[in-house]
Design a protein around this ligand. Structure first.
Ligand SMILES: Cc1ncc(COP(=O)(O)O)c(C=O)c1O
Length: 440
């Protein structure tokens, strides 16, 4: 269980988040409900940002907003001095609406569309990360149209294999992301950039995977990236001003994972700063501006999802199901990657975890599960389930499958909760539906 100062069990035996009783939250806002703890997000973001400044120097933390893209989060992170990584026109739009300065945005994407690049350049996005041989020409032409100089980074595949779930590894040689250093594709692309008048080559990017606990993987990536920076300098006279090392820091989902405090998370940055500084010194390279892009580690553990228990089905000797009023439409991660979660019966939080149950959703798919075979308290219809560490890649991966409405999200500060995502209505669901004339 992932309890801490602002996520605890109160005197009534109820789970409390950010000073608010989860049972009261459910009464006020209904279920399913995503609930995010302001204090925890702020503490974690500041511990990352302070550690970069203290241990490395010039650098920035860019919130990987694919984890949860919402205007309030861009507002919160930009207020704390963070940048943001964005991967679509929609995320850029949301970031700008949330008050994130355009020049603090780093745009990714392995297949950016021209309309997205056009929007990014016209709005003044800080960096576009090139991930396709034809992208320089497209970005250059668009920058020329707006009479702008566009700073670009190049996404590399350092060939480092992080020890994590297969589907979340992105830096192996056969990845759809990045230019291979080994094959020479990166050299070819980077040398070509200097023929474009409206592009400024600023530096390099890599992202070696997700849910990584093995810090050595980041040390290895640093070594490869600094070797490559040296090669660019020594072989071609090319300087790297910005080094973006991506995100991917692992978080606690179940007791199999280490349980870090917000301060402990800064240990990832500490390690990166230390190994990078040593590599730069050894190779006599001038310190580039360092960007890291945590998504999950900034927000996953700040979030819980609250549900109401419906049907309890005990298939004797086989399985016990607690059916909740959510499911794969608001958290598809179990269905996608068999991701594991831990949970609690929030209104019976002090009772014994006596049952082994499967938390199943309300969708018409037998794979519609949130967690399988987990320990929980004895529950009945009407009880409240809280699933931990759902702040990242839940809301942002939600769908309307089976005509379910995406749940609202609240942020809680000092016991006060307010919407960051308002509830949807059935009207919202059919807003873009259309009946062609020939059907009338
Ligand atoms: C380019 C890039 N940066 C950062 C991230 C964030 O990763 P995480 O949420 O695991 O920190 C991702 C996630 O896929 C990514 O693709």
């Amino acid at each position: 269980m992932n309890l801490r100062d602002t996520l605890k069990i109160n005197e009534e035996g109820h789970l409390e988040i950010g000073g608010a009783d989860t049972v009261d939250l459910c009464k006020k806002f209904g279920t399913p409900l995503y609930a995010l703890d302001y204090a925890y997000i702020k503490k974690t973001a500041l511990s990352f940002a302070d550690t970069i400044k203290r241990k490395y120097g010039d650098g920035a933390v860019a919130y990987a907003s694919k984890a949860f893209s919402a205007t309030a989060l861009y507002k919160l992170f930009s207020g704390l001095g963070l940048y943001s990584d964005v991967v679509s026109k929609g995320e850029i739009y949301t970031a700008l609406k949330g008050g994130m300065p355009a020049d603090s945005l780093v745009m990714h994407g392995n297949n950016k569309q021209e309309y997205e690049i056009d929007y990014a350049v016209s709005e003044g996005v800080g960096y576009i990360v090139i991930d396709g041989m034809d992208e320089p020409g497209i970005i250059d032409a668009i920058a020329k149209k707006y009479d702008k100089l566009q700073k670009v980074l190049v996404r590399l595949n350092p060939g480092v294999e992080a020890h994590t779930h297969h589907f979340t590894q992105t830096a192996r040689e056969d990845s759809k992301f990045g230019f291979s250093i080994k094959s020479g594709a990166a050299d070819e692309l980077i040398k070509s950039l200097f023929s474009y008048k409206n592009l400024i080559f600023s530096g390099l990017h890599c992202h070696i995977g997700s849910q990584i606990f093995d810090r050595e993987a980041f040390g290895l990536a640093n070594a490869v990236m600094t070797d490559y920076i040296k090669k660019l300098r020594d072989s071609y006279g090319i300087t790297v001003d910005v080094l973006n090392l991506g995100g991917g820091f692992g978080v606690h989902y179940t007791d199999k994972d280490p349980l870090y405090t917000a301060e402990d998370y800064a240990g990832y940055v500490d390690f990166i700063a230390e190994t990078l500084t040593a590599n730069l010194l050894k190779k006599d390279i001038k310190k580039p501006f360092l960007i890291i892009e945590p998504g999950r580690s900034l927000i996953a553990e700040a979030g819980i999802t609250l549900y109401t228990v419906g049907t309890v089905k005990d298939i004797k000797g086989i399985k016990k199901y607690y059916a909740i009023d959510g499911g794969m439409f608001e958290n598809p991660r179990y269905a996608l990657y068999r991701s594991e979660y831990s949970a609690i019966i929030a209104n019976k939080a002090r009772e014994e975890f006596s049952e082994t149950v499967t938390l199943t959703g309300k969708c018409c798919e037998s794979g519609d599960m949130i967690a399988e075979g987990i320990k929980l308290q004895k529950a009945q219809r009407g009880d409240v389930v809280a699933v931990f560490s759902t702040g990242a890649y839940n809301y942002s991966m939600s769908s309307h499958y089976n005509g379910n409405l995406t749940p609202p999200a609240v942020m809680i500060k000092d016991g006060e909760a307010d919407y960051i995502i308002k509830p949807e209505s059935c009207e919202d669901l059919i807003r873009n539906n259309n009946i062609p004339d020939f059907l009338n």
